[in-house]
Design a protein around this ligand. Structure first.
Ligand SMILES: C[S@@+](CC[C@H](N)C(=O)[O-])C[C@H]1O[C@@H](n2cnc3c(N)ncnc32)[C@H](O)[C@@H]1O
Length: 206
């Protein structure tokens, strides 16, 4: 049954509108992620800072930031096309490990639900690229799927079992992927709808 559901999800994920409707439903409008963005990256709207949204997908969080300063990057042209229709923002097609961006040109980065899809080497290469394009002292807000605490949130356990990311990590494993170029400022779990996430706030070291 799990394989069948997974096949159906794979098919749905190739249609951005359907995929977004499903995600919005199970994540209650991405309430948890939006709160974390507001908590960790505000005040932001309307100011001049530049934000990189790595693995932006359909640009679900683009609207949280001022139009001028936002750049979303993703590998999927299908998702980027959908993002560009919905938001007047800059979207670029590129891999996280080769960002077509100038060094030290961004004030912050947002990475939501991306690193748990990438093997260690690729995730570390993407983090090295993020470090390169960020100014010293810049913030990085990362949210990645984790299993719900034991005995809690049965629907979340089902979602977690169906999650298509193959690289769910512990905090210690994430620290290794982030590398020495960042300081971990704080980390904590959040729940968004029925999905559990680990939140990591990093600071780019000089
Ligand atoms: C689960 S989606 C999350 C999208 C968005 N951050 C959100 O939360 O709505 C993961 C995204 O990462 C993108 N992605 C996967 N590997 C990537 C890579 N190496 N470089 C850039 N984007 C990548 C996928 O195309 C997909 O859009």
């Amino acid at each position: 049954v799990q394989a069948l559901i997974q096949q159906a999800l794979d098919r749905v994920s190739t249609t951005p509108t359907l995929w977004n409707s499903l995600r919005r439903l199970v994540e209650a409008g991405f309430h948890g992620e939006r709160l974390a963005i507001a908590r960790e990256l505000r005040p932001w709207s309307g100011d001049q800072r530049r934000i990189l949204d790595l693995g932006c997908g359909t640009g679900e969080f683009a609207g949280e930031f001022a139009a001028d300063g936002y750049v979303g990057i993703d590998l999927s042209l299908t998702y980027l096309r959908d993002a560009a229709v919905r938001h007047q923002r800059s979207f670029l097609a590129a891999g996280g490990d080769a960002l077509p961006l100038r060094g030290e040109s961004f004030d912050a980065a947002l990475i939501v639900g991306v690193l748990h899809h990438l093997p260690d080497q690729l995730a570390a290469a993407a983090m090295a690229e993020v470090r390169r394009v960020l100014k010293p002292g810049a913030s990085v807000l990362i949210m990645e799927d984790i299993p719900p605490p034991a005995g809690e949130n049965p629907a979340g356990h089902l979602m977690h079992a169906l999650d298509r990311g193959g690289f769910i990590r512990s905090e210690q494993q994430y620290r290794a992927v982030f590398g020495d170029g960042f300081q971990l400022v704080r980390s904590y779990p959040i729940r968004s709808g029925i999905c559990d996430y680990a939140v990591y706030l990093l600071r780019r070291l000089p």
